[in-house]
Design a protein around this ligand. Structure first.
Ligand code: DI6
Ligand code: FE
Length: 400
């Protein structure tokens, strides 16, 4: 299959658009076989099926590299309570907060978890997403953590999308262990990680390193097990304060460190050394009325790749739009539209350890998004407007 008459954002080695103004692209066996200018198409492709894209824009399909789309219940009432003046603690005392999501998730069957996740997934696919990472972390017991991951894996049986699953047992201390978080880590989280891995449910291991969650010693114990199992790690760190999570994650060669509003330039240097991606989550920044900006200048200065993601979750980021995430990363974090697009493609792939997608280059999967747009900045520029024309996953055109 040959796609002609398109503008192609390839994403180059330097993290730029790598724009081909009048481009063409050949797909063979689900992979990109050739990409170049319209006037240099090798003769061998001209005999096969050809589609004229009438000047549309082709980018790598988008990747949402940090989500919690699988969860029970919602927190709309809590949202309303907080806007009527209730504090986070009052909400928690009234049974709200993360604990309410844990209760709702524990009550849900795998089928329920799948059914409620699919509309959120559909919203992402409609905006050209080809890969979604999904975390556990609202079960906080063996049965429900496993069910969350099983439900996440089932998404790919029902939709044309790749799913990467992340074990986030160290997300919060469940009520029944509130006086003994160490015992939660050792007696529940770690054994559950081993079971989930044995069932083939884990692509990476995550944690929430924060005053209201787990400290670096506790996360370290989980990371040691991940290392023994040969699993890559990533970490929610420095979201509300700096307690050393980034340093720890970098020491374990983390694929990514996520949130990181309170990270320092030193943290950025550590991340540059470990090759960890900075995953920026403007939806949580926005929802929590955060004012501390992530150290973007330090990431640029030290060459830390920046990815962006929705963090789609029922509490701090009820956001199921990757295009709005791109817009927010520009408006709130002052990323350029180019950084936002590269952050939702090549760098997002890297944050998931994927080397076969995220750019347009011969040999990579033909995961493409085709847009009714004239310039790549349009994707981050409009708010609440979806210019997707078509999504192609491994060479197959899919109903978005
Ligand atoms: N950071 C967050 O912002 C979410 N999890 C995390 O580790 C919060 C999740 C929630 O409020 O349900
Ligand atoms: Fe998160």
């Amino acid at each position: 299959m040959l796609l002609t008459n398109a503008q192609i954002v390839t994403v180059d080695d330097n993290g730029g658009y790598g724009l081909i103004a009048r481009g063409a692209l050949a797909i063979k066996d689900g992979l990109i076989d050739w990409v170049g200018t319209d006037d240099a198409i090798p003769a061998k492709y001209l005999d096969g099926p050809t589609r004229d894209l009438e000047g549309r824009l082709i980018t790598p399909a988008l990747i949402d590299c940090h989500t919690h789309v699988v969860h029970g219940g919602d927190r709309a009432v809590e949202f309303e309570m907080r806007l009527k003046g209730a504090s986070y603690e009052e909400v928690a005392r009234a049974g709200g907060g993360i604990v309410s999501t844990v209760s709702a998730t524990r009550e849900a069957t795998i089928e329920d978890l799948l059914t409620t996740a699919l509309p959120r997934v559909d919203a992402l696919l409609a905006e050209g997403v080809s890969v979604i990472e999904v975390k556990s972390g609202y079960g906080l017991n063996e049965e429900t953590e496993l069910n969350m991951l099983r439900a996440a894996r089932k998404i790919a049986d029902h939709r044309a999308v790749r799913v990467k699953t992340t074990f986030l047992g160290a997300h919060a201390v469940p009520t029944e262990y509130k006086d003994n978080p160490d015992s939660y880590i050792d007696d529940v989280c770690i054994p559950t990680l081993k079971k989930a891995h044995a069932e083939g449910l884990v692509d990476a291991v995550d944690g929430f390193c924060e005053g209201i969650a787990f400290d670096t010693d506790q996360i370290k114990r989980v990371f040691d097990v991940a290392r023994d199992l040969g699993l890559p790690v990533k970490l929610h760190a420095e979201q509300l304060s700096n307690i050393g999570g980034t340093k720890l994650a970098a020491a374990y060669g983390a694929l990514s460190v996520d949130h990181i509003e309170y990270a320092t330039e030193e943290d950025a240097i550590d991340m540059a050394k470990s090759g960890s991606v900075a995953v920026l989550l403007p939806g949580a920044f926005y929802t929590l009325h955060e004012t501390q900006l992530p150290p973007i200048a330090a990431f640029r200065k030290h060459g830390v790749p920046m990815a962006i993601a929705t963090d789609c979750n029922p509490g701090s980021s009820p956001l199921a739009s990757i295009l709005l995430t791109m817009n927010m990363s520009c408006t709130l974090f002052r990323l350029t539209p180019e950084e936002a697009l590269v952050g939702a493609t090549a760098h997002a792939a890297r944050a998931l350890g994927l080397t076969d997608t995220g750019r347009i280059k011969p040999g990579l999967r033909a995961d493409l998004a085709i847009w009714n747009a004239k310039h790549p900045a349009e994707l981050a520029y409009r708010i609440g407007f979806n210019p997707l024309f078509e999504r192609i996953l491994a060479g197959e055109s899919t109903a978005a």
